[in-house]
Design a binder for this molecule. Structure first.
Ligand code: FPP
Length: 251
């Protein structure tokens, strides 16, 4: 991350010492449907309002020097939703990139799509690949979009790849350790999240980054995702900064 990207004013507004700001934040953007229902709107209106929050949160992350931001956009289990809702979520993702890709690229954001390609229509995959290719060498924030993502599926993918490498003689069984497993996950090369935020009052992981979150701090907020302003984001980071992280030791 180039230091020039970081805003002193933003860090002052946050009120947390730089060294206590998480390097990697993962978010479960929950509550779009309930937000919409409470306003007599359609669920897809809630998803649209949720999509519109992402711009500010990406910018705010860069301003305070967060290096990796991972957003849960669509889980492997979300296929169980009505077809129209699934299509609306895909369209919103495409719309997001159409609207934002130039600014993201100008700001040095590197986009990575983490998840499975199966069943994703070609036109959607093309937009996602274009966003990744265009931004792959960008040095600032890495924005992971978890799309058609499931952590158990990710682990199956990793185990199969390692088994193939063992079968081909590329690696030995004894070489399989924690670092090698990490390097076979979709998030290979990135540090584990320091902080997990889930909005809308639910307190579960929903098959999200199960391996990577081993030592993350969890912050659960009552706000629904469409109400997730930069102030709410800062509130979560302040809670994180007050935690004592011991990683199983004595601190
Ligand atoms: C959970 O709310 C949210 C999702 C399943 C999708 C999140 C998608 C977006 C924020 C918009 C598109 C994303 C990008 C990256 C452009 P829910 O529908 O489960 O809410 P509910 O629990 O209140 O029903």
């Amino acid at each position: 991350m180039k230091p020039s990207v970081i805003s002193k004013a933003a860090i002052e507004r946050l009120g947390v010492k730089s060294e206590l700001i998480p390097k990697h934040i993962a978010i479960i953007m929950d509550g779009n449907g309930r937000w919409a229902k409470a306003r007599g709107k359609k669920r897809t209106d809630g998803h649209r309002a949720g999509m519109e929050r992402i711009h500010d949160i990406v910018k705010a992350s860069q301003d305070i020097g967060v290096e990796h931001l991972t957003l849960y956009a669509f889980s492997c289990e979300n296929w169980k939703r009505p077809k129209l809702e699934v299509q609306a979520l895909f369209s919103l993702l495409v719309e997001y990139f159409h609207k934002e890709i130039d600014e993201l690229n100008r700001n040095g954001v590197c986009i990575r799509i983490i998840g499975q390609n199966d069943n994703i229509p070609d036109n959607i995959l093309r937009v996602l690949r274009h966003a990744e290719d265009l931004t792959k060498d960008n040095p600032n924030l890495t924005l992971n979009i978890a799309f058609n993502y499931g952590s158990r599926q990710e682990m199956v993918h990793a185990v199969r790849n390692m088994a193939n490498e063992v079968a081909m003689g590329a690696i030995g069984v004894d070489e399989i350790d924690e670092a090698m497993i990490s390097s076979h996950l979709y998030t290979a090369g990135q540090p584990d999240p320091d902080l997990l935020i889930r909005t809308s009052g639910e307190q579960r992981l929903s098959n999200y980054l199960l391996y990577q979150l081993a030592y993350a701090e969890f912050v659960f907020l009552d706000e629904h995702w469409p109400d997730f302003t930069v102030d709410v984001y800062y509130k979560a980071i302040r809670q994180y900064a007050q935690r004592s992280r011991r990683f199983g030791g004595l601190g």
